[in-house]
Ligand binder design. Structure first.
Ligand SMILES: Cc1cc2nc3c(=O)[nH]c(=O)nc-3n(C[C@H](O)[C@H](O)[C@H](O)COP(=O)(O)O)c2cc1C
Length: 220
């Protein structure tokens, strides 16, 4: 059994990375972690050049990553949410798994888990539900490829404005937009997966769930 975990977050050892790794570790299986920012991957060109070959015509790292997904027994995909949507690298990665679809449905039946990190608090009024949107962006891929979606991990991450140096003065600061007019960089603090115990537990439980799913599948 081998599980592939992918993170679209370009930040070094980010919340997204650590959550994906937490899920992977809890599967107890052989795993591989991929940081998408270390690879070159364009979005799908919609040329249908992959229909006969199940391989993409684009000569970047997309085919290498698709091959890893094809060989994996389960898939964990994590991203962050610029402008309240799944990030571009994660989206491009999912699009580039399209060659695995034709005639064979190579991802069909495999278990999948989504991870999303966003800065918007879950109870924030008047802002889009960023984590929900991020998870949906990944979940829809898994559903449409006939995978077994096991669930999601939603992490409260950090606004770039908290570390840009102008978070308390900038007229466009997200600090006040997301946390109210009285909020400051200091009052928000830094959010980490490790201080969100329920979220970390969800990641571990989902990993264990993937392990059990694959064990049941092997017995069937
Ligand atoms: C260009 C940009 C735009 C962003 N826009 C949003 C946003 O609209 N909503 C949100 O919740 N977070 C937004 N974020 C914050 C990211 O979701 C946040 O950086 C994320 O928590 C980082 O995840 P990480 O800890 O895994 O690196 C934005 C970040 C960047 C870099």
């Amino acid at each position: 059994m081998k599980i592939l975990g992918v993170s679209g977050s370009p930040i070094k050892n980010s919340n997204t990375d650590r959550a994906v790794r937490t899920v992977l570790e809890a599967t107890g299986a052989e795993t591989e972690f991929i940081k998408l920012s270390k690879f070159q991957i364009e979005p799908c060109r919609a040329c249908l050049g992959c229909v006969d070959t199940n391989e993409c015509v684009i000569g970047d790292d997309g085919n290498l990553l698709a091959q890893k997904a094809k060989e994996a027994d389960g898939l964990v995909v994590g991203g962050f949410t610029p402008y309240s949507m799944i990030d571009g690298r994660t989206k491009a990665f999912l699009e580039r798994l399209y060659p695995l679809r034709h005639k064979h449905g190579f991802m069909s039946g495999k278990p999948g888990i989504a991870v999303a990190t966003c800065a918007t608090p879950a109870d924030c009024e008047g802002m889009p539900p960023a984590c929900e949107n991020g998870v949906n962006g990944i979940m829809y891929y898994m559903m449409e490829e006939g995978m077994n979606f096991l669930g999601s991990v939603k992490i409260q991450g950090n606004l770039p404005c908290v570390r840009c140096g102008n978070g308390d003065e900038c007229q466009m600061t997200g600090v006040k937009m997301l946390f109210g007019p009285q909020a400051t960089v200091d009052s928000i603090g830094v959010h980490t997966l490790e201080t969100q115990e329920d979220t970390e537990k969800t990641a571990r439980d989902l990993g264990a769930g993937m392990r059990d799913f694959l064990a049941d599948k092997a017995r069937a």
